[in-house]
Design a protein around this ligand. Structure first.
Ligand SMILES: *Cc1c(COP(=O)(O)O)cnc(C)c1O
Length: 468
């Protein structure tokens, strides 16, 4: 399998060439040249597989430059009961008839980003050792990405992590998770700004090709293809748990921010997984919901970006969205570049044509948004009627999922975090603290290790240069 850029760069790259990269040199995102098709017989064969074995089957369709035995060993060491808490890794539970919750959040940082990041840590260590190289990972996080990356990379040979986060905007628990890490290869940088300021710094550094080369800058943000690929696996695993045969369809409801998670659902669907609909849920930051309702994608300014109680979805633009638009436009790289470069740079917005908009239905996407009041109501109602507490992001997805239920087609709501990460809002909703896993009790009291910096690209570069 070879990979191409959404903006038309002619080079075709192999998996391990793009593994350690962020954006393509032309500013686009990498995608496989084609989506391998999975037929009914293959689905039937995969149905009984353990998670790590399923992951191997799917990954090996996209990775042909790691020997099969090595890839098998890497996924087997990643997806263990010890790390993810259950033998199923992503267990499904019934909420009510026709509505399931798929737990993606039982990894080390209690959020779904561990699903991809734990694999990435092992892939990076493997590939860097093979090349006898080192890498400085630069990332931006509004919470979950950063902690997942740090827990995946801590102590890994050949890797340093520089993680930018918006100062004071993460929950105390998220902050404690990240800032309490004392590993020498982990560097936390609190930026005086919002998440998008952090993301812009990462982009600016990555676009400085000379700096990027000299300091061997890499990324683990959700634009990384390997991360997205790892997430494709749990759509298959969820499908197999909710169905008895490959003739059945399911719908997935996905709490969305940077469009990474649901883009993996899109890839699974393009491969032939019988997905009826992909229900995209946003919070008050409804850039994506607006696009799927109107065909207009309008990036928000920092001032227009709301700080919400589902903070991992507080985005003003969705960094993976270009991948879907590229497919929607029939993989027309010129048109994709016009929209994402020319039009966004000029006016901060673009509108696709009526004909282009009409194609969305064929890709199964529908959308909706949720507010703080909706979130509280959903958490309260779910606790009262079903005795289960969901986190704030999952609540957004559940709320929107209910607006799109189809009789006869089960809906799987992706649980992207445990409620313990967002205790303040849980208390507001149900009047009591959510359960916290024993290993996480009291982490807010641990000593913290982090730097504070203004939103200044030059300062961040200087820090990387000094510490790498
Ligand atoms: C990152 C995150 C999301 C959003 O996922 P995207 O891939 O950015 O769309 C939703 N919920 C939680 C808990 C997250 O950490």
């Amino acid at each position: 399998m070879k990979y191409i850029s959404t903006r038309g760069d002619k080079a075709e790259r192999s998996f391990c060439e793009i593994l350690l990269e962020g954006l393509a040199p032309d500013g686009g995102l990498y995608l496989p040249m084609t989506y391998p098709k999975v037929d009914g017989a293959t689905l039937a064969k995969w149905r009984g597989l353990a998670y790590h074995a399923l992951a191997f089957e799917i990954l090996s369709l996209y990775i042909d430059d790691i020997p099969a035995a090595d890839l098998r060993a890497l996924v087997a060491k990643t997806y263990t009961e010890q790390v993810f808490g259950t033998p199923q890794i992503v267990p499904l539970r019934v909420l009510e008839p026709g509505v399931y919750i798929q737990a993606l959040s039982n990894g080390p940082t209690l959020a779904f980003k561990d699903m991809a990041m734990q694999l990435l840590g092992n892939l990076f260590e493997y590939e860097l050792a093979r090349r006898d190289q080192h890498l400085n990972i630069l990332g931006a996080t509004s919470g979950d990405t950063g902690s997942a990356a740090e827990y995946a990379m801590r102590g890994k040979k050949g890797v340093n992590v520089f993680m930018l986060s918006p100062k004071g905007r993460m929950s105390p628990f998220q902050q404690a998770q990240m800032f309490s890490l004392q590993d020498a290869n982990i560097h936390n940088i609190a930026i005086e700004g919002v998440f998008d300021d952090c993301q812009d710094i990462v982009k600016a550094v990555s676009n400085d090709l000379a700096f990027k080369r000299e300091y061997r800058i890499g990324t683990v943000n959700s634009i990384n293809w390997a991360r997205l690929l790892a997430q494709v696996v749990y759509y298959f695993a969820g499908y197999f748990q909710a169905t008895k045969s490959g003739d059945e369809k399911v719908t997935f409801a996905v709490p969305s921010g940077n469009f990474g998670n649901i883009c993996a659902g899109h890839v699974a669907r393009m491969m032939g997984l019988p997905i009826a609909q992909l229900v995209l849920a946003t919070n008050e930051n409804n850039v994506l919901d607006e696009f799927f309702r109107t065909g207009t994608y309008r990036v928000r300014s920092s001032a227009e970006t709301h700080e919400t109680s589902s903070p991992s979805m507080d985005i003003s633009k969705a960094s993976n969205f270009e991948r879907f638009v590229f497919d929607l436009l029939g993989r027309d790289a010129g048109r994709t570049r016009d929209l994402f470069k020319t039009e966004l740079d000029r006016g901060g917005a673009f509108t696709i044509t009526k004909d282009e908009f009409a194609r969305i239905e064929g890709y199964g996407f529908v959308s909706g948004s949720s507010t703080h009041a909706d979130r509280l109501a959903t958490i309260r109602d779910t606790d009262k009627r079903f005795g289960t507490v969901v986190d704030t992001h999952t609540a957004d997805a559940l709320k929107v999922a209910r607006e799109h239920l189809t009789p006869g087609i089960p809906t799987i709501v992706l649980e992207t975090a445990l409620p313990a990460k967002f205790a303040e809002t849980i208390v507001e909703a149900i009047g009591r603290e959510p359960d916290r896993p024993a290993a996480m009790v009291g982490i807010e009291k641990l000593p913290k290790r982090f730097e504070v910096m203004p939103a200044d690209v030059a300062k961040v570069k200087a820090f990387i240069a000094a510490e790498s």
